[in-house]
Design a protein around this ligand. Sequence first.
Ligand code: NDP
Length: 397
Amino acid sequence: MGKVLIIGAGGVGTVVAVKMAGLPEVFSEILLASRTKSKCDAIAARVGGNRIQTAQVDADNVPELVALINSFKPDLVVNVALPYQDLTIMDACLECGVSYLDTANYEPKDEAKFQYSWQWAYKERFEQAGLTAILGCGFDPGVTSVYTAYAAKHHFDEIQYLDIVDCNAGDHGKAFATNFNPEINIREVTQKGKYWENGQWVETEPHEIHQPLNYPDIGPKESYVIYHEELESLVKNFPTLKRARFWMTFGQEYLTHLRVIQNIGMARIDPIIYNGVEIVPIQFLKAVLPNPGDLGENYTGWTSIGCRIRGLKDGQEKTYYVYNNCSHQVAYDETGTQGVSYTTGVPAMIGAMMYLQGKWKKPGVYNVEEFNPDPFMDELNKHGLPWVELHNVDLEL
Ligand code: NDP
């Protein structure tokens, strides 16, 4: 049905490629391109059957991207490289007349500040070109945003309180490792906390607000309010929200390592001179930490991510909890990667499917909650991320 170019061959790119390769009726031709071509070749070999073509590309370089896109002529570019590449890839898509999808919003390399304004600024250009840009189509952002849209559409007249709860109850057996790109991950979790309340953002110190929350089939886990990018678009698209927060679980061991990393300067994102060579400490740290893509083999346990929502239905207050639990081991057996890559890559594949099937296709730049959630929710059940709904339960929040 459609040709797709995947950019980025990390943990998430692996899952997207493997999942798309299994659906030839939707993804008739697949090109996987990344900075290091050998990684693309390894993924293609794993899939076999000449299903996946590969190429080398520097996605920071618009002319290189344009040449690649024009030679392959895809219907859609799926960006699962890093957030730093969002704008160059969007520029190249506009130049070539191709639609775009990603899983993380743009972040400049020299400032740990992610926000949608840079990508929303492309809205008119995508509209005028008749192209679609689908932003944030991983799990969070992505599925959590679709869950919210689904709840608002089917279960509430007005959603008022949203708590996105993200638990990784897995054990990879390492003293310290991050579950996705360490540089992006550490920048995200060490920043100040922020949540939405009564029409304004409330800022907190990093990890200041925390409490144990119970996760289904997992039990209680200490959970911390952090800022997460989907809050920005959700409070805009659901203006009835009085409060919106994002909670993530962290173990004490992880937090201790994080504190040490920060205290000794290894989380710095500004360049320093080492032996006459300029290096960025956090990039050096990434080079010595375990590769998230290699964590899968001995990873046990589950991720549990969902939305806890309170609001009004027929004049009555009601509560609703929708979530998915994903087994690291099952994800590894299917795709060779752990659960965090899996829970991101599967929704990216489904978003691409929605576009190619014409279900999520409209000129402009959109966050996923602005599309019809129903067909996406159906596909989650079919492709490894089934969801569970609980009505009128104690949300603990
Ligand atoms: P990885 O670091 O494992 O992979 C990133 C890939 O992008 C690597 O193959 C890397 O190449 C490639 N890349 C980096 N820079 C360039 C460049 N300039 N040109 C071409 N390719 C490049 O990251 P993950 O797979 O863990 O994460 C991928 C994306 O998914 C990130 O943007 C992350 O923020 C997002 N994400 C989203 C989540 C969600 O739920 N929404 C959750 C988790 C992640 P090389 O191999 O040479 O380094």
